[in-house]
Design a protein around this ligand. Sequence first.
Ligand SMILES: [Zn+2]
Length: 457
Amino acid sequence: MEVKVKKKQRNLLLKSEVTKDYPWLNTLLLANEKFGVELVPDELKEEFINIVPFIIKQGSEEWKGNEDVLHPIEDMGHARKRCALCGTKNRYIHYIKNRLNGNTLNVGKDCVEEFADIDFLQNGKSRTELYKNARRIRKMSEINKKFNGIDLIIESWARIPARYDVIIPNSIEQPYFECGNLAKKYYDGYLDEKYSESIFKKIDVLLKQYYSFIQKMDDYQTSMINDKFVVTKAMMRWLRDKNFTEIIEKVKDEGKITTSTIQKMYESSFIKKISRDIVVILERLKLEVIKTDFENEYFVIKPEMYNGQIIIRCNFDKVVYFFGGLLFNEKSFANLDMKNLIRISELDDDKSIENLVEVMNDKKFSKIRISLHFDSFELNEVDITNITNGEVSVISLKLFVEQSKRFLLHATESERIKFEEYLLNLDVKKYTKDELRQAREQIGSISSRFGSLKDED
Ligand SMILES: [Zn+2]
């Protein structure tokens, strides 16, 4: 940040008490209406950059907390008086008073507002506080001469790890923070006159550690940035959004994604990095991954069965949860086989569902016939006809698909019979073919009058 003294600040500082501690600054103020570091002699440049912002703040606080400033106390009529800070000609004149040295300045309406802040009227610093703060700034100037920019280092210490693109693990971050707490304690203690200059030796050691920690974090980032399993800022943000506190603690401890955290890690930038590996793993089975849909977060998969007529999709979260361990050549939560894959997948499209129904009818159920009708997908309905008596049960298509997709793989005779019995004995209304046709014709005429009736769930 560039440090500059503006005209108003200069005029105020010339009448402020704090300035007296810095004769070199007073000389510069007298010689220049406004200036930046370029006009400061070389040997004072560092002190100017480190300390002047605090002197400016202290200067303006000396003039605050004074209720008089709220009301103009002089009306010049047709005459005008120049504001002592900005030089604007004003009819109404306010006076501000320095609470340490009693100096007064006449200022205009705009400038006075900077001093009439209601918060400051209530919380204006007491004279004791102002003196104490001035001493602090003097101390700050001393310690900055010894350690250039230390105020900024102390102030930003805790925020440094968050600036990296990768998450700095606890093993580096925690000792770094401890070091920072100690440095702040010594630094503040020195400013508050709790410690003498003898504390500089300890501060010196801590600052050397600071730079070596920074180096460590730089090196860590360089070495990890291309590691697929490194935890990035984006992943950490995602973990926080998901409220995965336990995982956050683990990755901070381990520094990267491991078998113990992979199950809950499906943030999209991470999946992008490992998607090739996942495809290779899934393709150990007889299937082809035909698409990785990052937007909807699933893999689209064509198993080698039924001439590729059944397409399934498996969500990222389920893939990493059940099979993530395989990325580390470790045991996965579920065995990677077609049965488990189908169990955690959904059928991808209507065509695949139609094909599933066909497969189910081919399974030679002896007592039922499964059929879709024109609005099956829209109404989420499938008809189960009891061949023996012609009664039809209408059930949820989604539920039916979910329960019957396992029959895509080999099933035993008893499993089939059991499922057939289950479908026949569902506690739903049974229609005759005619009743059902009439009911659907009615719905058809209603929907042609009022637009289609959609049952979206
Ligand atoms: Zn002004």
